[in-house]
Design a protein around this ligand. Sequence first.
Ligand SMILES: CCCCC/C=C/C(=O)SCCNC(=O)CCNC(=O)[C@H](O)C(C)(C)COP(=O)(O)OP(=O)(O)OC[C@H]1O[C@@H](n2cnc3c(N)ncnc32)[C@H](O)[C@@H]1OP(=O)(O)O
Ligand SMILES: NC(=O)C1=CN([C@@H]2O[C@H](COP(=O)(O)OP(=O)(O)OC[C@H]3O[C@@H](n4cnc5c(N)ncnc54)[C@H](OP(=O)(O)O)[C@@H]3O)[C@@H](O)[C@H]2O)C=CC1
Length: 276
Amino acid sequence: MFQPDLLRGKRILVTGGGTGLGRAISHRFAELGASLVLCGRRGEVLESTAAAIAGETGVPVETAVCDVRSGEAVDAMVERLWATAPIDILINNAAGNFLARTHLLSHRAVDAVLNTVLHGTAYCTIACGKRWIEGGRPGTVLSVLTLSALQGAPFTVPSAMAKAGVLAMTKSLAVEWGRHGIRLVAVAPGPFPTPGAWQQLMPEDRQTAPLARSIPLGRYGEHAELANLCTFLVSDQAGYITGEAVVIDGGKRHLGGAGPSDLLEWTDEQWGKLRS
Ligand SMILES: CCCCC/C=C/C(=O)SCCNC(=O)CCNC(=O)[C@H](O)C(C)(C)COP(=O)(O)OP(=O)(O)OC[C@H]1O[C@@H](n2cnc3c(N)ncnc32)[C@H](O)[C@@H]1OP(=O)(O)O
Ligand SMILES: NC(=O)C1=CN([C@@H]2O[C@H](COP(=O)(O)OP(=O)(O)OC[C@H]3O[C@@H](n4cnc5c(N)ncnc54)[C@H](OP(=O)(O)O)[C@@H]3O)[C@@H](O)[C@H]2O)C=CC1
């Protein structure tokens, strides 16, 4: 579907690239020729993913252990990476999230999510952006949001707040940095099964509801579908798109607005009875 060398020559930093969706996106980028830096807190996870991707695609994959909640650590990582070669594309994917009743959250629980998603994304984006601007280089930032950035989400409120902030950053910097040749884009996925997200957000009690009731297309997203969307958005083929967030959710976002979803489960008999 893409030119096999679509991302050749691009050096891409993926935060949270060692697991889940970050790993799937990284793998697709590598298949299309990008060189990668995977960042996360756990070195052994990063090393194992880097070895797998490099082995399968033949492209170089570096790792950088970094907790994005620390602005100093992010600056040091980006400085170290730039000393070898500039980053061309930043993927803000690292996140933390959990289900909880909001009125019972401690300050530290709120901070754990906001510091990772909102502050971490800001630190990484500014660290790359200032080097692009000072060096007169173009750059691209893609941030992974959630549907909750657009419509809120009870019981994951710090995540919804943080992702909404990242969306605001995307729109704002698209204007402020556009004249420097820097694009900012985002994706807002619905549910894509990963061990990380399912462990945090999908306890067994939640897995019994019929999918067709919550997702019009009746299935979860496939990692390749998200990876292909991200590939297009960061590629030069999308060079005139900036400040936009693309929803990829099987139609989930429209369920509420489109009318009562209980009618989706009505039988022919029920419809017949209504008509008669
Ligand atoms: C199904 C559709 C999905 C839709 C959207 C998906 C969005 C996603 O983002 S999925 C990504 C999921 N992946 C992760 O969350 C991986 C990374 N997560 C983590 O590292 C942890 O879960 C973290 C977010 C809690 C951060 O870890 P850490 O910094 O180590 O934090 P602590 O364990 O020290 O806890 C800090 C603070 O938070 C309180 N806390 C932790 N979990 C909960 C919980 N489930 N409920 C309430 N409070 C929680 C913890 O108690 C600490 O507070 P204090 O006790 O006051 O110290
Ligand atoms: N899966 C889904 O259904 C959906 C996911 N998303 C978004 O997709 C992205 C990936 O989620 P997913 O793959 O499911 O979950 P994962 O838990 O697999 O991914 C989270 C990644 O972030 C890294 N990370 C967490 N905290 C930090 C930190 N402080 N510093 C650096 N890295 C950190 C983790 O690595 P480590 O622990 O080693 O640091 C991990 O690799 C997230 O932004 C999430 O919000 C959005 C909508 C739906």
